[in-house]
Design a protein around this ligand. Structure first.
Ligand SMILES: NC(=O)c1ccc[n+]([C@@H]2O[C@H](COP(=O)([O-])OP(=O)(O)OC[C@H]3O[C@@H](n4cnc5c(N)ncnc54)[C@H](OP(=O)(O)O)[C@@H]3O)[C@@H](O)[C@H]2O)c1
Length: 247
């Protein structure tokens, strides 16, 4: 599963699952561009500095056209076109379904789906021309089992999965694969406050057959496989990384 000579762009990779995937891809020899919002530019540059050959490409994906701008930025920073695109950026706004604010819906739509799609529009045609490419979406157990207070987030994860399966069919003949991983409850900074509550932690653990929370590194193995030549004939797949939580 070596990736020597490949260039990878990862959105939402300043910490947590994205950072672990970035480390796995860099460890396999890829030159990695790590994205997060500009507000976290320092954190993102610090992470990139720990990975061999990695560069930081801070850019907020909350506005129209940012995906296309990021594709251009990454190509400049990596010194060539992107071979591996990992779509990991996402925000979660917890609200009762009947109280979900339009502004929160719009921001989730932009970061979690729309700009992921504009990135694929900017990057995948070049992959197809070069007859090699990997697109990996980071979905969620919530695409199948939506949390009652995250209707919009869960729906957008299901939409991302559907869009990448659609893409997979259309570019398979050009050597480009599009796959997903669907993490369950992963112990990342996003969940730290929630999981610090012992009762909540016990409730979450009770829903995981494996009996433990996942780690960001648990997600990296499946991601590395799907981005590698070992998965050349795997496309349109969605690998749960959830200790059985979706069962
Ligand atoms: N943790 C879990 O249990 C779990 C479960 C299922 C699925 N997932 C999915 O896995 C992925 C990573 O989750 P995580 O827990 O590691 O998440 P996280 O700690 O919340 O990180 C999300 C990433 O998205 C980036 N991001 C947020 N807003 C952005 C923006 N406007 N522009 C660009 N980047 C932005 C964040 O960077 P900055 O804020 O630094 O900009 C961060 O790098 C997400 O897609 C999440 O939905 C997580």
């Amino acid at each position: 599963m070596r990736l020597d000579g490949r260039r990878a762009l990862l959105t939402g990779a300043s910490r947590g699952i994205g950072a672990a995937i970035a480390a796995a891809l860099a460890g396999a020899g890829a030159r990695v561009a790590v994205n997060a919002a500009e507000a976290q530019a320092e954190e993102t540059r610090a992470l990139a500095a720990t990975l061999p050959g990695a560069v930081a490409v801070p850019l907020d994906l909350g506005s129209t056209g940012s995906g296309a701008r990021l594709a251009h930025l990454a190509e400049q920073a990596l010194g060539g076109p992107t071979d591996i695109l990992v779509l990991c950026a996402a925000i979660q706004v917890e609200e009762e379904w009947h109280a979900a604010e339009a502004a929160d819906m719009d921001l989730q739509w932009s970061i979690n789906l729309r700009e992921a799609l504009t990135l694929t529009q900017a990057i995948v045609p070049g992959m197809a021309e070069r007859r090699w490419g990997r697109v990996l979406g980071v979905s969620s157990v919530q695409a199948l089992r939506p949390h009652p207070r995250m209707m919009v987030y869960a729906a957008l994860k299901a939409a991302l999965a559907n869009a990448l399966r659609n893409l997979a069919k259309q570019v398979a003949a050009q050597g480009v694969t599009a796959n997903l991983i669907s993490p369950g409850a992963i112990d990342t900074p996003r969940n730290a406050a929630t999981l610090a509550d012992p009762a909540m932690r016990a409730r979450v653990l009770g829903r995981i057959p494996a009996g433990r929370l996942g780690t960001a590194e648990d997600c990296a193995g499946a991601a590395l496989f799907l981005c590698s030549d070992a998965a050349a004939y795997v496309t349109g797949a969605d690998i749960p990384v959830d200790g059985g939580m979706a069962l």
